[in-house]
Design a protein around this ligand. Structure first.
Ligand SMILES: NC(=O)c1ccc[n+]([C@@H]2O[C@H](COP(=O)([O-])OP(=O)(O)OC[C@H]3O[C@@H](n4cnc5c(N)ncnc54)[C@H](O)[C@@H]3O)[C@@H](O)[C@H]2O)c1
Ligand SMILES: [Zn+2]
Ligand SMILES: [Zn+2]
Length: 451
């Protein structure tokens, strides 16, 4: 948190690298320019501080650039990435920022530059905001667009910037998110995908992030025919990575989780009985995750591929817990070290779980000596895959509802953050409905009131 506040101070204005207006994370901040002239209000979930979010009324957003669309939100969700904002571990959050980077809805109004979308179109947004024209966008690496985020701090810390992202701090542009009744979508023709009539919102929504991210994790790390794949984290991303690993020919998939998230191992196994599971919190004394994985893959000398679907902020041991708390590092290296030491020599490790900055006690020796390939999968360029994944949903090869455990009202979103954070009440992936949502599609969970 202290890091986040310091980061906000460090960011003194933005370089003029971006081609769209940033730092519009809540229309209430400049009601006259960013709020709808009608004065209409909407409900939105805002960040107030560490572990503190609330639902509030703010002005409905208005078109501020030619390429904008205002979307009437019919579905959004919560993601492991939202927890990093909730915990204050992602830098440059500001009080009042509207959260939510995964959403779908109906086009409510269009800017003068929009030619191929019209009012009433049903669409899903990608979590990243890309321009569609820069060198990265041309390569379909939409999450690395060079024109939608001009954060000084990100450039200084990372050596370059990622794309802007909805509801994901001023480090990624400061854009309002979609855990709200309306949201502004810049470069809307690029960042919205039309949903065909046979794909309900309850399935299309997940093209925003989790489906494309998991697919990217598997193909970018390079899961190949016959591989044994180990996955850290049995949340929605880990679950879909397990499904996609099998689709890419993995012979075995072993999912690791534990503590409050241990029940998710059974949840995933129920949907995908072929997976094997390891509960790290129930290992016999003297056994480590690495040891168990070696034993399970005797003869192969460890898994061929390791996928990180947990995150760097979740320290297991006291040393990293204290180092993170004292600001001596931002992320633990425990999972990375487990991945590196587990995989076979010349095995591959992909990192999709979020890491923010720096880590201590990293096992560079094992990585170098044994030829381990460590791959940062990046914020996933979901636009590269979303049409293909949509066609897989259409032809029944992919069922997003496998992940979805709950449907709740936007009015319950603040409570949802707490329960999802506690890994409570069997919450895996959630559909958050608004007053604009239709009845749930067949197979989708019924609405529940959270307590
Ligand atoms: N790169 C991207 O584009 C991208 C996109 C979406 C999400 N993410 C990230 O992917 C990660 C997973 O997302 P999610 O929505 O499934 O999150 P989640 O928080 O719901 O699930 C994470 C799981 O990891 C488990 N875990 C924590 N520490 C562990 C450890 N040491 N070993 C094994 N498991 C451990 C937790 O118990 C939990 O079940 C998050 O960090 C999220 O921010 C990245
Ligand atoms: Zn997400
Ligand atoms: Zn671009």
């Amino acid at each position: 948190m202290a890091t986040s506040q310091a980061a906000n101070l460090t960011e003194r204005g933005r370089e003029e690298k971006a081609t769209i207006r940033q730092d519009v994370s809540n229309p209430a901040r400049e009601r006259e320019r960013f709020g709808d002239p009608s004065g209409e209000k909407m409900k939105a979930l805002i960040w107030l501080g560490k572990n503190d979010v609330t639902l509030t009324e703010v002005p409905k957003p208005t078109i501020i650039e030619d390429s904008d669309v205002i979307l009437k939100v019919t579905g959004s969700t919560i993601c492991g990435s939202d927890l990093h904002l909730y915990h204050g571990s992602v830098v440059e959050m500001q009080k009042g920022d509207i959260l939510g980077h995964e959403f779908c809805g109906v086009v409510d109004s269009i800017g003068p530059g929009i030619t191929d979308l019209k009012k009433g179109d049903r669409v899903v947004a990608s979590f990243q905001i890309s321009c569609g024209e820069c060198a990265y966008c041309k390569m379909k690496l939409s999450s690395q667009c060079e024109r939608t985020n001009s954060s000084h701090l990100q450039n200084a810390l990372y050596g370059a910037r990622t794309a802007g992202m909805f509801g994901y701090s001023h480090f990624t542009g400061g854009f309002a998110g979609g855990q709200a009744e309306y949201v502004r979508v810049p470069y809307a023709q690029t960042n919205l995908l039309r949903l065909p009539p046979n794909i309900p919102d309850e399935k299309g929504l997940y093209l925003s992030d989790v489906l494309g991210t998991s697919w990217h994790c598997v193909v970018d790390t390079g899961v190949a025919e016959g591989d044994v794949v180990a996955i850290w984290g049995a949340g929605p991303i880990g679950q879909m990575c397990a499904e996609f690993s099998f689709m890419h020919g993995a012979s075995r998939v072993i999912v690791i989780d534990g503590g409050a998230g241990a029940w998710r191992l059974d949840f995933v196994k129920k949907k995908l009985p072929k997976v094997e599971t390891v509960d790290y919190s129930k290992l016999e004394s003297g056994k480590s995750v690495t040891k168990v994985l070696k034993e399970m893959t005797e003869g192969r000398r460890g898994p061929d591929v390791a996928l990180e679907c947990a995150a760097g902020e979740y320290a297991k041991g006291w040393a990293h817990y204290l180092e993170i708390m004292l600001g001596a590092e931002t992320d633990t290296s425990e999972i990375l070290n487990e991945m590196i030491t587990s995989v076979r020599n010349f095995g591959k490790c992909g990192i999709t779980g979020v890491y923010v900055g720096f880590t201590n006690h990293f096992n560079i020796g094992s990585l170098m000596q044994r030829g381990v390939r460590l791959i940062g999968n990046g914020q996933a360029p979901v636009q590269k895959y979303w049409e293909h994944l949509l066609s897989m949903i259409e032809n029944g090869k992919l069922e997003p509802l496998h992940m979805v455990s709950h449907r709740v009202k936007l009015e319950d979103a603040d409570l949802l953050y707490r329960l999802y954070d506690e890994r409570n009440q069997g919450i895996q992936k959630v559909y958050i409905q608004t007053k604009f949502s239709k009845e749930p599609c067949p197979g989708s969970p019924a609405l529940v009131d959270l307590e």
